[in-house]
Design a protein around this ligand. Structure first.
Ligand code: IMP
Length: 431
């Protein structure tokens, strides 16, 4: 029986991890976010009510679950407090002791958000298409060893000192390179001290907490954000986010050893989407893409941007299975394909008179790849009410089996709608 399960996005994010984590958190005691920040938007629908969570693990929507924001996350305190207030107002945050925030998680500061936006502006046509939430600049400071951490909020003198040093450099950059206004030390300091008062009760050593939970035999669900193809090392660089989004980060970003992880499960849509810039071989640029977008409600949960849509890419799927070490895959939004006559699956890339079976690491090459498709018949029947695999239309079963065969990973859950109950559980990763 698996006790500690990692859930990661297997594509370019937005695979429906929020819903999956919400379903699986029923079987977990602790739910941990381990990377990213409020660039993520995890949508969960509970009894017709829609929740979009950017920072707090989706497990908060189930009573009695401990939710942890791990050291690998970058925290914008204003967004965190907004999220807590939203949950309080909706009666979903009865017990504040259920949220713990790592003292080692780095803070997103106002200058990070400003730098994110102005750098995108300067990049012009070469922009990355970031969410503008300051994620990249916050991780830059972490790696440059000048970042300010949640624990620093509890020590006023440390906060003041670090802020002063950082502002010297950031204001110089903003003023002289980007011709922007400077930030006043006093304003930021006062603002962050006021956040500190409200956030202090949640800040703790979450690595120790997790170690004790593991020793006590608790079940832990590690909730990834974004997706493998946005990983800063393994994704479509430079069109990636600034953290490691693959399963290995579940250990580093939460302060447990990798030997404590029992199972790694990927989440993938039954087709593919992407927001922001960067290569996307199976993208459908015409009417078919627009139809998928409308049918699937493919608009960003964080920025509202329309998502680019395309067919399932098995080359990317195989790659994602490899770099994450997937034990299983969860397929979401199968119902979005219900009305199609024909469904395509990309099984290779045509590049320079060759057929590539391996996902190329160079984004320029990937941009020039033409997908090689296998065509399958659609099922033309609604699937949203189906709760058993054997009750799915035969062609839908064939499609799922074919995807499994191509990516060499078992599909263990199929999601057929937005609600909690609209899912076919073939195998529970915790059992
Ligand atoms: P950043 O994470 O805001 O720096 O954005 C970098 C890239 O990652 C952009 O292409 C974003 O659209 C993409 N991205 C970041 N977070 C998400 C997410 O949660 N879902 C999908 N794409 C994301």
């Amino acid at each position: 029986m698996a006790k500690n399960v990692v859930i990661v996005g297997a594509q370019w994010g937005d695979e429906g991890k929020g819903k999956v984590v919400d379903i699986l958190s029923e079987y977990a005691d602790v739910i941990v976010r381990f990377q990213g920040g409020n660039n993520a938007g995890h949508t969960v629908i509970v009894e017709q009510e829609k929740f979009i969570l950017h920072l707090i693990p989706s497990g908060i929507l189930r009573k009695g679950k401990k939710c942890i924001i791990g050291n690998g996350v970058v925290v914008d305190p204003a967004i965190l407090l907004e999220e807590i207030d939203m949950l309080l107002a909706k009666g979903q945050f009865q017990d504040s002791s259920n949220l713990l925030i790592s003292e080692d998680a780095h803070l997103i500061m106002p200058y990070h958000k400003k730098l994110d936006v102005v750098r995108e502006r300067v990049r012009g046509q070469y922009k990355i298409g970031t969410t503008g939430r300051g994620i990249g600049p916050a991780y830059e400071d972490k790696v440059a060893r000048c970042g300010i951490r949640c624990g620093d909020l509890l020590r006023e003198e440390v906060l003041r000192g670090k802020l002063k040093t950082n502002l010297l450099e950031k204001n110089h950059l903003l003023q002289n390179i980007y011709h922007e206004d400077c930030f006043a030390m006093h304003d930021i300091y006062e603002q962050y001290i006021s956040y500190a008062e409200k956030i202090a009760p949640y800040i703790t050593n979450t690595s120790i907490y997790l170690d004790e939970a593991i020793k006590a035999g608790k079940r832990i669900l590690f909730e990834g954000a974004q997706g493998a193809l946005l990983d800063v090392d393994h994704g479509t660089y430079p069109f990636v986010t600034s953290s490691n989004t693959v399963a290995g980060e579940a250990a580093t970003g939460s302060g447990i050893g990798p030997t404590k992880i029992d199972k790694v499960v990927g989440v993938s849509k039954a087709y593919t989407t992407r927001v922001g810039e960067g290569p996307f071989p199976t993208e459908l640029k015409g009417e078919e893409g627009m139809r998928l977008r409308e049918q699937g409600g493919e608009y960003g949960a964080t920025t509202g941007r329309p998502r680019r849509c395309g067919w399932f890419d098995a080359v990317a799927g195989i790659y994602s299975a490899r770099i994450n070490g997937l034990d299983g895959m969860i397929l979401t939004k199968l119902d979005v394909l219900d009305n199609l006559d024909k469904i395509m699956i990309c099984i290779g890339y045509r590049y320079d008179n060759n057929i590539l079976k391996d996902f190329p690491s160079d984004s320029d090459i990937l941009n020039k790849c033409e997908p090689v498709y296998e065509i399958m018949d659609g099922w033309k029947e609604p699937t949203s009410n189906v709760t058993k695999f054997s009750r799915l239309p035969k062609n839908a079963q064939k499609y799922i089996k074919r995807l499994e065969e191509l990516i060499e990973v078992s599909i263990i859950i199929v999601s057929v709608g937005a609600g909690r109950k609209e899912a076919i559980m073939i195998e529970n990763p915790f059992q």
